[in-house]
Structure formats: structure tokens, C-alpha cells
Design a protein around this ligand. Structure first.
Ligand SMILES: NC(=O)C1=CN([C@@H]2O[C@H](COP(=O)(O)OP(=O)(O)OC[C@H]3O[C@@H](n4cnc5c(N)ncnc54)[C@H](OP(=O)(O)O)[C@@H]3O)[C@@H](O)[C@H]2O)C=CC1
Length: 343
């Protein structure tokens, strides 16, 4: 019996050993996949969600039926298992349906989300040409936060990179970064600082001084506030924000004041899917954001990412919100299988 699957540990090893150009290959592939989705959203049919009869475990089956990317992602969640969301990614050949490969879902999910978060940032890298030191604040200390730091540091390869990790109860184990090959090469350019979310002074100072901010927490009370971004005296001229942690209408990573600035200035917020974000993203739902106020990553090549201007300090801000699409998993999984000849 051939029951080989690519395990999370192998996915982690692949990306830990990857050079910066490999991350860019995946970023490009993901851009293509999101273009295909935006051009034809029907390639992602509705997912199936249900509890097993005992009621203990939620299951989600999320298909993609496309000419290039086809397959299905499954996720299960049992609150008492302590495992969080776990599952699989089955990549199939679009023409025949033959199984291309099967992977565990946890690491791929985190890496594809971090890569998708960075597509908008990548399109704006020239805004940071005259900035020697990049300050990056990440809300959260989990798997998503880790891969967001890795992907972002990759994009800014040659620059000094200061990361502030804002944690709730658990600091991030920084030894994880020792396993990332390309970071080892630029280790002297990386510095880390960890601050507690409840320390509002340090948290807001990090936000004031950040060029890049990632939200990777399912918070119900917003931790990212417009008033911090608009503080007078910041030396930061542009900030790119991507929020990926909240996924229910009652969850908020940033406050309504920030979203309303985008609405008032008629600047579109970048999203992976207009349809899915307006169903799931609490920040957007609370401000009654409409589809025309959003721009999909898949259409970035047609329309560059826009930014609001804070009148208080002249800082410009671009905002991205990602709730996640199964095509992101299938695409990254397929590329990984292809590059490692594992199909
Ligand atoms: N948009 C997308 O496509 C995807 C989004 N996600 C979401 O991203 C988030 C992070 O995922 P991941 O890193 O894998 O999860 P982890 O469980 O590894 O980490 C969760 C992080 O969120 C923090 N946290 C949890 N609840 C709260 C809260 N109410 N307020 C503040 N902080 C909180 C935890 O803090 P601590 O441990 O210190 O208490 C921890 O730092 C999750 O919400 C997840 O659902 C995940 C996959 C894809």
C-alpha cells in the first residue's frame, strides 16, 4: 500500500531551507492562482461544513475545480483535542482527476497565508527604497505570526529588519528562526523585541514606528488603532498593514476608525475575496463596507494598491485583509510537490 503523505515537518523543512528566490516563486504562483479566482470565482464552489453526529468535531471540505489548480482541502476542529485546526490538502490533476499528492495542512496554511499577505507589500516595495531600517510589528506569536515574519524579512532581504512581536500570554520562541536558512545568512540584520499586548504604551509605540504591521490574532477587541497610526512625530512615511487573524463577524483586529478612513477617502482595501471577506471579516462588516470599496489581490496587476493619507502626520497607509481561500492551499501545495518531485 502506498500511503505516503507530505507531513507538516517536511513542509517546514522545505521552506526553512528555501532561498529567497524560492519564496518569490511561490509568491508569483499564488498571484496567478488569485488572478484565476478573481477572473472566475466559480472555480471555488461552496464549502461543506458540518459536525460529526456526536457533535464533538467540526469538519470543513473546501474544493477547487479549475483548469490549473484542482483539489480539496479538509479541516477538522475538536476544541478538546488541543490540536487546533488540522487537516489535509489533496492536489489532483485537473485533466484526469488523478491524485497528484497529499499533504498535511497546518504548515501549508500558515505559509500560504503569509505569502498572500505579502503580495500587496511586494507591489509596494519601492515605497521603502529610501528606508534603511524596516520596523515590522506582528500581533500574535503563533504559527501565522512566525511565517509572516519569515516571508516579510525575505522581501526586505538586504535591509536591517526590526521585528516587534506583540503577544497575549505566550512569547514567541525565537530559536525557531535559527532553522531558517536564509535568515541565518543575514542574522546580523535582524532584531527582535517582544511586548505584551496588555502593555498599551509599548504596543502603540511599536505601531507608531512600523513600516509593516501584520495582524495574526482572532481578537474580538481591536488591538490596532487608527489613533496610533496617526500620531504626530512618526518618521514613518508609509505603512503596509495585513490582517489575517479574524475570521468571524464578531472578531476585530483593527478599529472602525481605520476602516472608515478608507471609506471616507474612497481608497479600496485589498482582499483575497470580496465575497468571503464581507461574510467573515468583522472589521469590514462592522463598518458596512461594500464590494466596490474593496479590491481583490487577483486584480492588483490591473490596478495598483492605493493608500489613505493621515492628515495628522502625512503618513500613508495601505490595508489588506485575508480570510483565506482553498485555491491558495492547492496552489502552494502543488508548487511544493512539483519543486520537490514528490507527486
Ligand atoms: N486568514 C487566513 O487564511 C487564516 C487565518 N488564520 C487565523 O490566524 C490566527 C492565528 O493562527 P495561528 O498562528 O495558526 O494560531 P496559533 O494558535 O498558533 O496562535 C494564535 C495566536 O493568537 C493569539 N490569540 C488568540 N486569541 C486571542 C485573543 N482573543 N486576543 C489576542 N490574541 C489572541 C494567541 O495568543 P496566546 O497564545 O499568547 O494566548 C497566539 O499568539 C487564528 O485566528 C487563525 O484562525 C489561520 C489560518 C489561515
Amino acid at each position: 500500500m502506498n500511503c505516503k503523505i507530505v507531513e507538516d515537518s517536511e513542509v517546514k523543512e522545505f521552506f526553512s531551507d528555501a532561498q529567497a528566490w524560492i519564496f518569490l516563486l511561490f509568491l508569483d504562483e499564488l498571484t496567478v492562482a488569485l488572478q484565476r479566482y478573481s477572473d472566475n470565482p466559480s472555480i471555488i464552489p461552496a464549502r461543506i461544513v458540518g459536525n460529526i453526529p456526536s457533535g464533538s468535531t467540526l469538519h470543513m471540505y473546501m474544493p477547487v475545480i479549475d483548469d490549473v489548480y484542482s483539489g480539496v482541502k479538509t479541516l477538522g476542529y475538536n476544541p478538546s483535542s488541543g490540536l487546533g485546526f488540522v487537516g489535509s490538502i489533496n492536489v489532483t490533476d485537473p485533466e484526469s482527476g488523478v491524485l497528484y499528492g497529499t499533504l498535511q495542512a497546518k504548515q501549508i496554511t500558515a505559509i500560504r497565508t503569509a505569502l498572500a499577505s505579502c503580495i500587496g507589500l511586494y507591489s509596494q516595495l519601492d515605497r521603502f527604497d529610501n528606508t534603511d531600517v524596516i520596523n515590522c510589528t506582528v500581533f500574535g506569536s503563533g504559527l501565522q505570526a512566525f511565517w509572516h515574519i519569515v516571508c516579510c524579512a525575505t522581501l526586505f532581504g538586504g535591509k536591517r529588519f526590526n521585528v516587534t512581536i506583540v503577544y497575549r500570554t505566550r512569547e514567541m520562541d525565537l530559536r525557531q528562526f535559527d532553522t531558517i536558512m536564509f535568515l541565518k545568512e543575514s542574522v546580523r540584520k535582524l532584531t527582535f523585541n517582544q511586548v505584551k499586548l496588555s502593555d498599551s504604551v509599548l504596543t502603540s509605540r511599536a505601531v507608531v514606528n512600523s513600516h509593516v504591521i501584520f495582524g495574526c490574532i482572532p481578537s474580538e477587541t481591536p488591538s490596532l488603532r487608527y489613533s496610533d497610526l496617526a500620531q504626530i512625530g512618526t518618521k514613518v512615511s508609509h505603512t503596509y498593514i495585513s490582517l489575517i487573524g479574524s475570521y468571524k463577524p464578531f472578531m476585530h483586529e483593527c478599529d472602525q476608525a481605520l476602516i472608515e478612513k478608507f471609506q471616507r477617502q474612497k481608497i479600496r482595501i485589498l482582499v483575497d475575496s470580496k465575497e468571503h471577506c464581507l461574510l467573515e471579516a468583522g472589521e469590514l462588516i462592522a463598518s458596512d463596507v461594500q464590494e466596490y470599496q474593496l479590491q481583490e489581490i487577483g486584480h492588483l496587476s490591473q490596478q495598483p494598491l492605493q493608500a489613505i493619507k493621515c492628515n495628522e502626520n502625512n503618513r500613508t497607509i495601505s490595508l489588506c485583509k485575508i480570510v483565506g481561500l482553498s485555491i491558495m492551499d492547492i496552489c502552494v501545495a502543488k508548487k511544493l510537490l512539483t519543486l520537490s518531485n514528490r507527486h
